[in-house]
Design a binder for this molecule. Structure first.
Ligand code: C5P
Length: 221
């Protein structure tokens, strides 16, 4: 049977990763963190790679190979055989990733890699354009949203847990700027799929959102 794919899109800090991992454990399928692919690309190529000329960028992109192994919250994304670490999970690398994510050649590389993984593997695919561009045929396409301040608070706690304390005011500014860039870019902007399910999570806790998403998926079977 064809792989089963659930897409989960939304702005930064909305709780996508936490929910995607829980859904992946619940349904015993893999979890694909596509933000991590853009982050790893930006981190590997380094600061300013978004200004490289086309030939230099194409040559560098050709050297990147992403693979996904494992299942549930233990799904592991690797770049050229090396598992990605928390090093890519800072707001600085998030902004680098967003700068890279505007470039069509970068998106084409990710699209090919993501669809290839989805051809053989059932997935919770998390990102910005999973439901609109990468897997529009997925039977269940979620778009999570929440107020900017609430998302900054969630990201704040997440960074704190990783031992990377941040300033809440800075986060509001940084996440706001990154979202604006993601929503307003020409290629694959952040937006819900036409037939997607939009969930405003501002006033919901993670258990509430999780229950809602599971119920929606169960309606399908
Ligand atoms: O989700 P995360 O914050 O890790 O994503 C980092 C950046 O990667 C986003 O701000 C966005 O610019 C880019 N991205 C994207 N398409 C995706 C996933 C992430 O453009 N599917």
């Amino acid at each position: 049977t064809a792989p089963f794919i659930i897409t989960l899109d939304g702005p930064a800090g909305v709780g996508k990763s936490t929910l995607a991992k829980r859904l992946a454990d619940h349904f015993e399928i893999a979890y694909l963190d596509t933000g991590a692919m853009f982050r790893a690309t930006a981190w590997k190529l380094g600061e300013g790679a978004w200004d490289w000329d086309k030939d230099k960028l194409d040559a560098a992109l050709k050297e990147l190979e992403f693979t996904l192994s494992g299942s549930g919250s233990n799904s592991t994304l690797s770049l050229n055989g090396i598992a990605l670490t928390d090093e890519i999970r800072t707001e600085k690398i998030g902004m680098w990733a967003s700068n890279m994510a505007k470039i069509p050649a970068v998106r084409t590389l990710q699209k090919t890699a993501q669809r290839k993984i989805g051809e053989t593997t059932s997935l919770i695919a998390e990102g910005r354009d999973m439901g609109t561009v990468i897997f529009p045929q997925a039977p269940c396409k979620f778009f999570l949203d929440a107020d900017l301040e609430e998302r900054a608070r969630r990201r704040f706690s997440q960074l704190e847990e990783m031992g990377k304390p941040a300033d809440l005011k800075d986060l509001i500014e940084q996440i706001g700027a990154r979202d604006d860039q993601d929503r307003n870019r020409k290629v694959a902007p952040l937006k819900p799929a036409k037939d997607g399910i939009i969930v405003d999570t501002t006033k919901l806790d993670i258990d509430g959102v999780f229950a809602r998403l599971v119920a929606e998926v169960k309606k399908l079977s």
